[in-house]
Design a protein around this ligand. Structure first.
Ligand code: MG
Length: 321
């Protein structure tokens, strides 16, 4: 029986869980996020980020996610035994001591949220600014609630040079329908945001550029191949990069701030509070939108290809009866 292992970020694993929603197995093996069984393949995602595809059609099934994976490893027997401690996946080529350099950091928000855009921010933080940013409370945005994010973002937006790229839902759905993967969308946005910051700070140059990793670096550059300009010099990738350099933490806070503001705008347009994430609460909210404004309105609120769209349609249909 064949098997393939992919190393994936949290967002990708959430996307997968969403994708295999109807085939989820009730029981999860220890240390796993979910387990699903489709014809010819069992998929098990672990908290460590490893996703195991087992069965006759495993290659084909894993192929679907290769673009979003951070790393692909040929599975050996026992490869998953060490899964609980292999969180350092793909720290790869980041130079030691990068945390003490002046760096452009880049991160995105919204990829796993049904409602709202993808927001990508690149931000330049000089080493002289570390004490100030720390004083302002800049750290891993996952430890901060929305209130705190807004408070910090309002200050740092005037302190660090940055560029915000917002991929609105209409455009997202349009390019997605045309066949573009989320990985490619993100790569294009990151590249553009970084180029914008490089222009803003010129002739000054950063010591390094650090992207919070969402794909393998080769895939990243494949995605942006053919772009007029490509930021390539001193570009590094790491998962959990927010913890490696304050510029990524700042970028992440600014991206989340922009995302929150956009959700507020959508809430205003909807006439009720729009939820984040991809859980059942978004299905209900989307169903409400369908009933109030019609199915066509959804495209400017949500990422239509998520499984949530069908679920919302079903809820709306039931309510109509
Ligand atoms: Mg990220």
């Amino acid at each position: 029986m064949g098997q393939v292992v992919l190393n994936c970020g949290k967002n990708t694993i959430n996307e997968m869980k969403n994708f295999y929603e109807k085939q989820l197995l009730g029981k999860n093996p220890p240390g796993s996020v979910f387990s699903a069984k489709i014809s010819g393949c069992t998929i098990t995602a672990y908290q460590s980020g490893k996703v195991l595809f087992q069965g006759n059609t495993c290659e084909k099934e894993a192929e679907r996610w290769k673009d979003s994976a951070l790393r692909v490893t040929p599975a050996k027997s026992g490869a998953l035994k060490s899964s609980s401690k292999s969180t350092s996946a793909a720290k790869g080529d980041v130079p030691a001591g990068i945390g003490q350099l002046s760096v452009i950091g880049s991160d995105e928000v919204g990829t796993g949220d049904f409602f709202g855009p993808i927001t990508v921010v690149a931000a330049y933080v000089k080493k002289e600014q570390f004490p100030l940013l720390k004083e302002l409370g800049v750290r891993d945005s996952k430890d901060l609630n929305d209130e705190k994010i807004i408070e910090i973002a309002k200050v740092i937006k005037d302190v660090v040079p940055f560029s915000l790229m917002t991929l609105k839902n209409e455009k997202y759905n349009q390019v997605q329908r045309a066949g573009m993967s989320q990985g490619k969308m993100k790569a294009l946005l990151h590249n553009q945001a970084i180029l914008n910051v490089l222009k803003k700070i010129a002739p000054e140059k950063p010591d390094a550029i650090l992207i919070d990793q969402f794909v393998q670096s080769t895939t990243y550059f494949q995605h942006i191949k053919g772009q007029k300009e490509i930021a390539r010099e001193n570009v590094y990738f790491s998962t959990k990069a927010e913890g490696i350099h304050l510029s990524v933490a700042a970028a992440s806070i600014l991206a989340r701030y922009a995302f929150i503001q956009y959700i507020d705008k959508l809430s205003e347009a909807a006439g009720f509070s729009i939820p984040k994430g991809a859980g059942s609460q978004v299905d209900a909210a989307a169903a409400k939108l369908i009933l109030n404004k019609g199915r066509e309105s959804l495209g400017s609120f949500v990422k239509l290809h998520f499984a949530n769209t069908d679920k919302a349609m079903a809820i709306a249909q039931k309510k109509r009866k």
